[in-house]
Design a protein around this ligand. Structure first.
Ligand code: ZN
Length: 407
């Protein structure tokens, strides 16, 4: 069973039944899942949570799924102490939350596992999504496991290597001539026409809840405490808000002390509507036309931008945009110091962190967690310049000739 009671409008507070819908009937603002926290508080304890499965589903009591879950083994990914990178950046206590290690190599497995489980509960036989690539791969993989049909929509300029990582699960893969924002608009029309569970449209309130597990896991892995600082990338801004919500819920349930975490959001400068708004001192996000190699977070009109800005402000955090050149340096630095090959979004996080430490916003002694939300191999061509092998013949002489001087 689940402790979810209903859906509640994030703006006007109107309550609606748990159904596949994402917008308030009254004010058209986004809905979120509302829980019976009193009953959750009685049901959960640190001991019970720690004895659960080593996946995101150890926090099942805080998620909105009633029946059987569709799970590929997602979550409870490593929280790695990153001393080498910390030293480079000037931080004493830096941790990496490494969500490259999910079944389809990004945090999207968390949101999809919840949303597709709900889709089946609601009786859908087909699921769909608008995606920049990672979400489509995750939806396709989960649909395969669940024996459900899937239609996944991506912009036609998505990298060929990403398309393979989607197509292998044999979904109905649809490439759309246009940007992600165009794909999203098309899906907004399709959801009216077809009786499908759109993972990030009509199932969005449930989808959103999956990201809370990032916050839960980090707090538990730190020995039941919230970090001093969190830094995470933003596309729609949703995961950023849900990391915060995860920490806040644990505090509300008395599992951790009151949360004083400063939340820092990072974007690529070529697609940084949320950071622009933060720096302009407004909560109003002006859409932009994305132009960056960080394609997985290139959303020009972020659905949760307003809420991400509120979290950054209210938590005493901040926002930082980095150039494509800086994010490439960030990707390489993370790989060279901590052995983690992230996609461009992770490079945005590391480069943003570097800037925030250099400017003194994040202090040396603050326990900081950097969220690396996706793996690098799918878009490896952007760092192909790292390939500079020593070329030798299969003889000792040749080896000595080429490398002898540096050994
Ligand atoms: Zn409303």
């Amino acid at each position: 069973m689940s402790f979810a009671i209903n859906l509640r409008c994030r703006k006007c507070g109107q309550e609606m039944p748990l159904a596949p819908t994402n917008l308030c009937d009254f004010c058209l603002s986004p809905l979120e899942v509302n829980y019976d926290y009193k009953s959750i508080a009685k049901a959960v304890s640190k001991e019970k949570l720690a004895a659960g499965p080593t996946s995101m589903w150890r926090y099942r009591d805080l998620l909105p799924v009633e029946g059987e879950v569709i799970d590929l083994g997602t979550g409870f990914t490593p929280l790695t102490r990153a001393d080498r990178l910390g030293k480079e950046l000037g931080l004493d206590e830096l941790y990496i939350k490494n969500d490259c290690l999910n079944p389809t190599y990004s945090f999207k497995d968390r949101v999809v596992s919840v949303a597709i489980s709900k889709a089946r509960e609601f009786g859908f036989d087909t699921v769909a999504c608008a995606s920049t690539g990672n979400l489509a791969a995750s939806v396709a993989a989960h649909a395969a496991k669940a024996n459900m049909k899937s239609y996944v929509f991506v912009p036609s300029d998505v990298e060929a290597s990403k398309l393979v990582g989607i197509a292998i699960y044999h979904p109905n893969l649809v490439t759309v001539e246009g940007s992600y924002d165009d794909v999203n608009r098309l899906c907004g029309k399709l959801v009216e026409k077809y009786d499908w569970g759109f993972i990030n449209v009509n199932l969005r309130p449930y989808y959103a809840e999956g990201s809370k597990t990032l916050g839960f896991e980090v707090a538990e892995q730190l020995g039941w405490r919230a970090p001093d600082c969190v830094i995470a990338p933003a596309a729609s801004g949703l995961v950023f808000t849900r990391i915060w919500k995860g920490l806040d819920e644990l505090s509300m349930l008395g599992l951790i002390e009151p949360v004083n975490t400063h939340m820092y959001v990072t974007q690529a400068a070529g697609s940084s509507p949320i950071v622009n708004a933060f720096q302009a001192g407004t909560l109003h996000v002006h859409p932009v036309k994305p132009d960056t190699i960080a394609t997985s977070i290139a959303i020009g009109n972020p659905a949760d931008g307003y809420y991400a800005l509120r979290v950054a402000r209210q938590s005493g955090g901040g926002a930082c945009a980095v150039t494509d050149e800086e994010l490439l340096t960030g990707m390489k630095l993370l790989a060279e110091t901590e052995g983690i090959f992230t996609e461009a979004a992770g490079g945005v996080v590391i480069a943003g962190l570097k800037n925030l430490v250099a400017s003194g916003e994040i202090k040396k002694n603050e326990l900081t967690v950097a969220f690396i939300t996706g793996a690098g191999p799918r878009t490896q061509q952007i760092v192909a310049d790292t390939v500079q092998p020593f070329k030798v013949q299969p003889t000792l002489e040749s080896f000595k000739e080429v490398l002898g001087a540096q050994i």
